[in-house]
Design a binder for this molecule. Structure first.
Ligand SMILES: Nc1ncnc2c1ncn2[C@@H]1O[C@H](COP(=O)(O)OP(=O)(O)OP(=O)(O)O)[C@@H](O)[C@H]1O
Length: 464
């Protein structure tokens, strides 16, 4: 048996805490689905899991199991098995006894032997059944812990960072094993991790959290390729996406550029629909996101259609064996996303509407009018408003919104603002100025609130 789990507007307030640990969290998990809760430490992942398990009361909102209201269902009646980070085996029991222990309560009077043997076979741990936890390696102990969960034939697995105490090699091995087991058994699984690589490789879908709030619920592929906001973009993907503070230059006389400070990216004409939508941002601070694969070090003569040329000074080359990561200074200002690693973020000040300029339902007519007004206003601000193409709009005087910030007193231009992936044999040295080809088909733009505006967040009506 496997179960559907729904959380509707679920919040959790702990006493004496200024902000909720989980804030109006909604999620529908299909029977048999493998869902990963991903986010930095303290964002509320374990609290969500514990509320599903019944180990934590829900302050407001509803938990439905197979469509039935279950907020008050006792943990033992939920038919869920949990696997934790610390293996929690009874030290005085052998592996066999540890795996069979919960069966004594679930199947009173029945002989647990066959179930234990079946579980041991699935996990490949027959040979360690008669050993005590003290005689097992970390990986073996975790297998026994999983065996204890599996042998119960639960309807749901809840896993809270089950691999984080293990070394990297074992982690990747057990990760594959968990994927095989849970899919094979078809049991709904909710898996908590702060490791984005783990989340991406395991989950049918990932729910990315920040400060108790769900940021994005999507397939791992969409989390990487279509991050809904700058936080998700920065949290998912290794190396981390390059995020640069920028402004849009869009003179009425035509053409459009993204100003990165010392250099500009000219958007290729005819402008794509997504790029046209950026017109409305003229004069406002934006964040440009470039994943490391969107930029390559190559001569301008090698540029493909859609690639534009800038340059950077090599700061550092990180040799990784199969590739190298080249850290460059392009004279841009990196955008900083707080809370990515913070133990517990301070509550963010409310910053206007979440709706992006191109948000769902916004008609193009309205957008175009807004854009025209914005352009007009910018032009009027300028000296005579004559040669708009050559004049760079004034730099924003304030840091753009809560999620984008430059620490007070930090230099205008920081070094190493862009990381580019190259082959392992790249021959560049610190201090070299190298040409960079930026593929604008892989350009991300976020507005001052951190919401993605390019590629446009929802399907927009096409230009006539
Ligand atoms: N019993 C509690 N009393 C008060 N605050 C709590 C309690 N349990 C958790 N919190 C707080 O709730 C927030 C969310 O905690 P939670 O353990 O769910 O985060 P997490 O994302 O699982 O973090 P981690 O990855 O570090 O385990 C944190 O700020 C934490 O300090």
């Amino acid at each position: 048996m496997t179960r559907a789990i729904s959380l509707h507007e679920v919040s959790k307030y702990y006493p004496k805490q200024p902000s909720p640990a989980v804030d109006r969290f909604s999620l529908d998990i299909a029977p048999g689905e493998f869902l990963v809760l991903l986010g930095p430490s303290g964002c509320g992942k374990s609290t969500v899991l514990r509320m599903i398990a019944g180990l934590e009361d829900i302050t407001t909102g509803e938990l439905l199991l197979d469509g039935e209201y279950s907020n008050d269902l006792a943990p033992g009646d939920r038919k869920m098995a949990m696997v934790f980070q610390n293996f929690a085996l009874y030290p005085s029991m052998t592996s066999r006894e540890n795996i069979g222990f919960p069966l004594r309560f679930e199947m009173p009077g029945a002989e647990p032997g066959p179930r234990v043997d079946e579980t041991a076979r699935i996990l490949g741990i027959e040979e360690i059944l008669d050993r005590y936890p003290g005689q097992l390696s970390g990986g073996e102990r975790q297998r026994v812990a999983m065996g204890r969960a599996i042998s119960r034939h639960p309807s749901v697995f809840l896993m809270d960072e089950p691999l984080s105490n293990l070394d990297a090699k074992l982690r990747s091995h057990l990760r594959a094993e968990i994927a095989r087991l849970t899919h094979g058994m078809g049991v709904t699984t909710v898996y908590v991790t702060h490791d984005q690589a783990e989340a991406m490789s395991l989950g049918d879908r990932v729910a990315i959290m920040r400060s108790g709030v769900l940021q994005q619920l999507s397939t791992p592929r969409d989390a990487y390729h279509l991050p809904e906001n700058v936080f998700v973009a920065a949290f998912v993907g290794i190396p981390r996406i390059n995020l640069l503070q920028a402004t849009v230059i869009a003179p009425l006389s035509g053409g459009m550029w993204i100003d990165l400070g010392r250099q500009r990216l000219g958007l290729p004409e005819p402008l794509s629909f997504d790029h046209q939508m950026l017109r409305i941002q003229q004069g406002r601070p934006i964040i440009v996101g470039l994943r490391s694969e969107a930029v390559r070090i190559s001569q301008p003569s090698q540029a493909h259609a859609g690639e534009v040329v800038i340059s950077g000074i090599v700061e550092h080359v990180e040799y990784q064996g199969h590739e190298s990561l080249v850290h460059l200074d392009t004279g841009s200002r990196p955008a900083i996303v707080p809370e990515l690693e913070a133990p517990r973020p301070a509550p963010a000040p409310r910053t206007g509407s979440r709706r992006a300029a191109g948000g769902s339902g916004a008609g193009l007519g309205k957008l175009a009018q807004k854009a025209a007004r914005r352009i007009q206003a910018t032009m009027m601000d300028r000296d005579g408003g004559t040669n708009a193409t050559d004049s760079v709009p004034p730099r924003p005087t304030h840091s753009p919104a809560a999620v984008i910030d430059r620490p007070e007193g930090s230099p205008e231009t920081q070094t190493g603002d862009l990381v580019v992936r190259t082959g392992p044999d790249i021959r560049v040295r610190r201090g070299d100025r190298v040409p960079l080809l930026v593929d604008l088909a892989h350009l991300y733009v976020f507005d001052r609130d951190g919401n993605r505006i390019c590629p446009a967040p929802t399907q927009q009506p096409l230009l006539e």
